[in-house]
Design a protein around this ligand. Structure first.
Ligand code: FPP
Length: 236
């Protein structure tokens, strides 16, 4: 059982296996995503109840646009439906919702509901729930480079001023710069362009469970595993 005193401050999850979950039940892929959305509700609640400070979930990558249009539309609809239904509950639990990624590049309805949820929850001071949508880790670093370059061009910064803290400060959410525990479900063991800067010292946990089957018990098992590890951050 997880020890509440040594919780990972920031947990990031690559929610994988929705399609295979559906296929193994002879259901359309979209059913896997729908069940996956229910798990999002459960895991957000569980992490917040435990006292985790930040939870990042990978909902849609910059590479996911290559999926069939019908699947993309279904994912966007699920996202809209989820946020519309959950916004009150997020506030009740003092959860602050933020979104990482190219939100301006999303379909209008999805963009609006995301911005609306960010605004409605911005004063909440409990867990930060960071939904990564139209997100790519390399793109986030490119965006940070552009911001820094602009400051150099306008004379606000010198090249010599650029260090890790400056790059961190130019990320989408600098307060989410350190991931403690990265979980990927479905047995795949890849990073897939997720939070590349932020996972520098993260502990990695790969679960064989498909995301639509990933419950609070599985989250607790991942946290318990994390708590057994000795984190040295490059020291001895
Ligand atoms: C990976 O499974 C999952 C995704 C690409 C999307 C994740 C989306 C959800 C969990 C639901 C919608 C989100 C919210 C916040 C309501 P996959 O389709 O790549 O699975 P496969 O590898 O088995 O095919």
């Amino acid at each position: 059982m997880a020890d509440k005193k040594q919780l990972p401050g920031h947990i990031a999850i690559i929610m994988d296996g929705n399609g295979r979950w559906a296929k193994s039940r002879k259901l359309p892929r979209v059913s896997g995503h729908a069940m996956g959305a229910k798990r999002v509700t459960e895991i957000v609640q569980a992490a917040s109840d435990l006292g985790v400070k930040a939870l990042s979930l990978y909902a849609f990558s910059t590479e996911n646009w290559s999926r069939p249009q019908q699947e993309i539309s279904a994912l966007m609809k699920l996202l809209v439906f989820y946020l519309q239904r959950q916004v009150k509950k997020l506030t009740k639990n003092k959860i602050r919702f933020v979104a990482s990624g190219n939100i301006a590049g999303l379909p209008e309805t999805a963009r609006q509901v995301i911005l609306n949820t960010i605004e409605k929850t911005e004063n909440n001071r409990g867990m930060i729930f960071n939904l990564c949508v139209n997100y790519g880790g390399r793109q986030e670093i490119v965006d940070a480079c552009r911001r820094i370059a602009e400051q150099v061009v306008t004379g606000q910064k010198q090249i010599g001023d650029i260090d890790e803290a400056v790059v961190t400060g130019s990320l989408y959410y600098p307060e989410l710069a350190e991931v403690d525990l990265l979980i990927r479900t479905s047995g795949e063991e890849r990073i897939s362009n997720f939070l590349l800067w932020q996972i520098a010292y993260a502990e990695l946990y790969f679960s064989p469970v498909f995301w639509p089957d990933f419950t609070k018990i599985d989250l607790l098992a991942a946290i318990a595993d994390y708590q057994e590890r000795e984190r040295r951050f490059g020291g001895i």
